[in-house]
Design a protein around this ligand. Structure first.
Ligand code: PMP
Ligand code: GLU
Length: 401
């Protein structure tokens, strides 16, 4: 059977998710009895807070086990509208909110609802691995605008301006950012908005899924700038801040016409998200923010512990991430070095080396658009993070010219 003739071009041209692949490799090695420390997947190690679990149990006991309206239970959409007003100064009606099976699906819906073949999507780079694949799946063309560690991984307005063409349909970025942990300030977003004001037909897709894991100034949503409001999709979800990755719930607030289009797409692909998860999520968003704050504080302690250790490693260039739970060091000084017969030419080689030699799983920067970097998640127990840093230090010290 000629499988490559059977499989669609679409799937053959698609990259596998590198974050998911590396996490699976760590699980496989652990199952073989090798103690691999898994810094590859972006997932809080905390269990979902007890009160949120209880709300789901109550929903099950009440028989909330049926199909839900495609864009979500009205109770949850109203709670999200209230959250947007409370936390972000964003006025969305419940009809402008679409709940999906994770923010991943939310973004895929938006791409499918907006893009025609050849439409360009500007993606701030480094970027989350799934963005370009979703854009390509919708036959759009990703256009990367890159900022390195010397810019704290943040794109400046002139770079954005230079990338805009008459084919630009969308701008897509995350803040706090996966993979860099960088956070765009209110002033930086206002400067970006100033450029966009000159180009009214570009939709801004602002992925704010790490909103509650922010160590700096109060989170700011670009959609709350009056000139951006009617053209911004604010993406958020429950996976990160509430430690609810397995519940599969994300959402958007969007202009009404676009929310309707996303709902139409979702109605043909997957329908409404899980019923009892939605009941628990409504409870979470209205009553459990303090649990997010408590987890955020723990992430901050871990960040500082991890950074202190990483900064003792010669050759590793690290910035000071202001949010999310990733560090994204520049490791280019190790390229061209080797250990025995293992030659390190790029970030892929280095991440393979650290997996085999240090038994630490992390993700190469290449699928995030930063071939000079590697991504490490510190959403792990303190002793694991510290042990991982020691192992990485020892393995890097073995590399020679
Ligand atoms: N956006 C970013 C930047 C992410 O890191 C993730 C994590 N996978 C998502 C969206 C999607 O999260 P989920 O589908 O779990 O809501
Ligand atoms: N967003 C997380 C990560 O970047 C989870 C895995 C995924 O969905 O990509 O690691």
């Amino acid at each position: 059977m000629n499988v490559s003739r059977l499989l669609s071009d679409r799937v053959q041209q698609m990259e596998e998710s590198a974050t998911i692949r590396m996490a699976q490799r760590a699980r496989d090695l652990n199952a073989q009895g090798i103690h691999v420390i898994n810094l590859s997947v972006g997932e809080p190690d905390f269990d979902t807070p007890e009160n949120i679990k209880n709300a789901a149990k109550e929903a099950l006991d009440q028989g909330i086990t049926h199909y839900t309206p495609v864009p979500g239970l009205m109770e949850l959409r109203q709670a999200i509208a209230e959250k947007f007003k409370r936390d972000n100064g964003l006025e969305y009606k419940a009809q402008q909110i679409v709940v999906s099976n994770g923010a991943k699906q939310s973004i895929a819906n938006v791409c499918l609802a907006l893009l025609n073949p050849g439409d360009e999507v500007i993606i701030f780079s480094p970027f989350w691995v799934s963005y370009p694949e979703m854009v390509k799946m919708a036959e759009g063309v990703p256009v990367m605008v890159h900022a390195g560690i010397e810019q704290d991984f943040k794109v400046d307005p002139a770079q954005l301006e230079a990338a805009i063409t008459d084919k630009t349909k969308m701008l897509l970025f995350s803040s706090p950012c996966n993979p860099t942990g960088s956070v765009y300030t209110r002033q930086e977003l206002a400067a970006i908005a100033e450029v966009l004001e000159k180009h009214p037909d570009i939709v801004i897709v602002s992925d704010e899924i790490y909103e509650y894991i922010n160590f700096g100034e109060k989170h700011f949503s670009i959609g709350s700038l009056p000139a951006m409001k009617d053209r911004t999709v604010t993406v958020n979800g429950f996976s990160k801040g509430f430690a609810m990755t397995g519940w599969r719930l994300g959402y958007i607030g969007a202009p009404g016409w676009l929310a309707e289009a996303c709902s139409k797409v979702q109605g043909q692909f997957t329908s409404g998200a899980n019923a009892f998860s939605q009941k628990a999520a409504a409870h979470a968003i209205l009553h459990e923010i303090s649990a997010c704050t408590a987890m955020r504080d723990v992430f901050l302690t871990r960040r500082d512990l991890f950074l202190d250790k990483l900064r003792t490693i010669p050759g590793l260039k690290v910035n000071q991430p202001q949010g999310a739970f990733y560090v994204f060091p520049d490791v280019s000084t190790f390229f061209g070095k080797k250990y025995r017969d293992i030659q390190i030419n790029d970030a892929d080689d280095l991440s393979e080396y650290l997996l085999s030699e240090a038994h630490v799983s992390l993700v190469s920067g290449i699928p995030f658009g930063a071939p000079e970097c590697i991504r490490m998640s510190y959403a792990n127990a303190e002793d694991e993070i510290l042990e991982a840093a020691d192992r990485i230090k020892a393995a890097l010290a073995k590399l020679e010219n």
